[in-house]
Design a protein around this ligand. Sequence first.
Ligand code: ADP
Ligand code: MG
Ligand code: ZN
Length: 474
Amino acid sequence: MTLPNGWEMVVGLEVHTELRTATKMFCGCANVFGAEPNTRVCPVCLGLPGSLPVLNERAVSMAMAIGLALHCTIAPSTFHRKNYFYPDMPKDFQISQYDLPINARGYLDLTDSTRVTIERAHLEEDTGKSTHLGGTGRIHGADRSLVDYNRSGVPLVEIVSGPDIRSSLQARLYAGELRAVLIATGASDGRMEEGSMRIDANVSVRRSGDPFGTRCEIKNLNSLRSLQRAIEFEAERQVALIEDGGVVRQETRHWDENAGTTSTMRVKEEAEDYRYFREPDLVDLAPSAAWQERVAEAMGPMPAQRRAAVLELLGDASGAQRDAVDVVIDLGLERFVHATAAAGGDVPVAIARVANELAATDDVSRLSVEAFVATVAMEARGQLSATQAKTVLAELLSTGGDPAAIAAAKGFEQLSADSLGGTVAGLIEANPDEWTRYRDGDDKLAQFFVGLVMRETRGQANGKAVIAELQARR
Ligand code: ADP
Ligand code: MG
Ligand code: ZN
């Protein structure tokens, strides 16, 4: 996407991430996704009169881990009440942090080497979840609404970026990297489709060199793709509006995924509208130096560093390989790649298998690193074709076991060199024209012969071995 000449977009993102604590922020209710509605509730998270909040220590540790990962300063902080009415928020206020957040002023480096400042990363509680029935899914035009309070009081950290992002692609890079960081800290599962990471995008446009324009805030984007599309639409809308002599009004906008457009939700509320005041039922939060140290010591390396370590094994990585490495890092499965490298195995194949076969399952616990390395080695030696190696991996992932035994049980005896030679010779004889063209230098025909061999051997042959056989006869 390009804006008309001379125009530039300015974007700042507010990312809400649910913390993976066992229990909610201020009560002992379980913090789980997908439970039967309104079964994980108690007087505190239902906001019943007289109930009192008790702060979850793990939530504070996780918030500090996020702050440290984002190079923020951890500061003594306070809780405030943010007052507004909404049916999914039974107390009629949300406990949040206001002028004194737990994490202040940090940064996140993107893979395109831009540094985006982090203004703050503060703790707050989630609201319940409304479902509007009988219309488009929005409250307007709905017949009735249902509320599930299981999510009410789930701990959140809101991470607010500076207005440093200049393109929709960069916004996507930022959100992707932040997601990887959140997963690496163990504070979040990063599941955008389950709402555990939700993004609000602030977008304004200006003629290059001008001061910042008026921003609009697009609420609740729940995939990287919607984030990118919504920002593009919104920036183009604002430019067209201004070029038509109009003015951008500061407002909160809704992204319609199907229409691919944003529309006015409400005029932007100001801080005064929320009547913030200190939460009288909670004391100030000042984590000791020892506590902060414990959190810092428990933190592993961050994605940027781990990604660099895997890319180093590859040397020159293609774009597709970089994407595969991102998947490996996102899933935290690089131990399989490092073990393959340590055994002198085929690193690109290991990365591809992790980014595809391992990524396709939720649970890799039955697959031992040794079995993975052995499978990749069998493929590299030509004992297994690529297809066979994938089948063996699938079996290892579902039942565990020994790859050689699985291969034998499935009848994956590779064709002996002799019998492969015989097959290739027969096919050359049966296809003289194609063979002549291949001999004369048309390399594309190698795939033609590989296909024939595969069909004749029902996939038992090894593609690389076939090519070697063809070249030997050329
Ligand atoms: P609010 O409470 O109004 O949401 P915050 O300070 O929490 O305000 O968040 C403001 C967000 O908007 C930040 O991410 C910031 O980077 C971004 N932002 C501020 N000014 C602009 C602007 N002119 N254009 C785009 N984004 C902006
Ligand atoms: Mg905000
Ligand atoms: Zn509760």
